[in-house]
Design a protein around this ligand. Structure first.
Ligand code: PAF
Length: 283
C-alpha cells in the first residue's frame, strides 16, 4: 500500500494510473476502521483496478468540539488493517492540506435543501455542509470511477448523491449494506465508546427496526413510531433523538404507508452519551 500525506502527490499518482486505463474505487473514512469499512474496501477491490482509501477526521463536520476531540484515532492499527485488506493507496492528509489558507473558516455552502435541516441535520447543525465540503475536496483529489458508501449513514448517502449529481461528476455511488455485530448492533467507530453492558443493550435498536419491518402494515406510521421509541427508551440511559419512516428517494417522512413505494426506517439513539445511527428498509 502506498501512503500519501500530500493531496497533490496523491492526485498526480492517481492521474497517472487513470491515464494508463486503471479504474479507481474510493472509500472515504474517518478511520477507527471496523469490519464495515473493510467490507467497502473488499467490494471496491472486486470492482476496480485500484482501491484508494482516505482517513481524515474532518473538523468541519463536528458541531461539538468534544465529540471531535474524543473521536478515536488508532492510526497504526488502521494502516495495518488496510494493508491486510489489500488497499492500494491510503490518503492521509493534514487539515491544512484539505482546507488550505484558512479554508475551514470559509467553507463552501451547498444548497442541500431539506436534507440539511431534517433529522440528523436538525440535531447537528452544519454537519452535512461539513461532509459535503470534505467529500467534494476528496473527490477532486481522487477523481474515482466508483465511490463506496455505507448504508448505515443513510442521510449522508442522500447528501452525497446530491453532491455528485450537482457537481457534474461522473463518479458512480455504490451503497454497501450495514454490517452488524452478532447481537444486531450496527457496526460503527463510535461503538468503541460503549461499555460491555451498553453494547449488549444496544441491540434493542436493531430489534425495534426489525419489529417495524415485520409489522408496519398493522399500524399507522405515527403509532408504529411511538411503539418503537417506547421500546428503545425502555433501556436505561437510552433516548431516541428521532425515529422516522422516510421515502428512500425523496427522504421525506411518510404519513401513510401508501405515500412511497420504498420506505426506510431511520433512527438516531443516544445511549449513555454515545450517538448510534441505524436504519432498515421496511417497504
Ligand atoms: O462517513 C464518514 O466516515 C464521513 O462522514 C466521511 C464520508 C468520510 C466524510 O468525512
Amino acid at each position: 500500500m502506498i501512503l500519501f500525506r500530500k493531496a497533490a502527490a496523491a492526485s498526480d499518482f492517481l492521474n497517472g494510473r487513470r491515464m494508463s486505463g486503471k479504474s479507481i474505487g474510493f472509500v472515504p473514512t474517518m478511520g477507527a476502521l471496523h469490519a464495515g469499512h473493510l467490507s467497502l474496501v473488499e467490494k471496491a477491490k472486486a470492482e476496480n483496478n485500484l482501491v484508494v482509501c482516505s482517513i481524515f477526521v474532518n473538523p468541519a463536520q463536528f458541531n461539538d468540539p468534544g465529540d471531535l476531540e474524543r473521536y478515536p484515532r488508532p492510526i497504526e492499527r488502521d494502516i495495518e488493517l488496510l494493508t491486510l485488506a489489500g488497499c492500494d493507496v491510503l490518503l492521509l492528509p493534514s487539515v491544512e492540506d484539505i482546507y488550505p489558507r484558512e479554508g475551514l473558516l470559509h467553507l463552501h455552502r451547498y444548497d442541500l435543501g431539506h436534507l440539511e435541516h431534517f433529522l440528523e441535520g436538525r440535531s447537528r447543525p452544519g454537519h452535512f455542509q461539513g461532509v459535503a465540503n470534505v467529500v467534494d475536496r476528496l473527490l477532486s483529489i481522487v477523481n474515482p470511477d466508483n465511490l463506496y458508501l455505507g448504508q448505515k449513514d443513510f442521510q449522508q448517502v442522500k447528501v452525497l448523491e446530491w453532491l455528485v449529481a450537482h457537481t457534474g461528476r461522473s463518479t458512480h455511488i455504490v451503497i454497501c449494506p450495514i454490517l452488524r455485530e452478532e447481537n444486531g448492533l450496527a457496526m460503527s467507530s463510535r461503538n468503541i465508546r460503549l461499555d460491555a453492558s451498553n453494547l449488549e443493550k444496544a441491540c434493542i435498536i436493531f430489534q425495534s427496526l426489525q419489529f417495524a419491518a415485520a409489522n408496519y402494515q398493522l399500524y399507522a406510521p405515527s403509532e408504529l413510531q411511538a411503539i418503537c421509541i417506547k421500546h428503545i427508551e425502555s433501556i436505561p440511559n437510552a433516548s431516541v433523538d428521532y425515529l422516522e419512516f422516510c421515502d428512500t428517494g425523496s427522504f421525506q417522512s411518510v404519513n401513510d404507508w401508501r405515500d412511497a413505494e420504498h420506505i426506510v426506517a431511520v433512527t438516531a439513539v443516544m445511549l449513555s452519551g454515545v450517538r448510534l445511527l441505524d436504519n432498515m428498509l421496511i417497504k
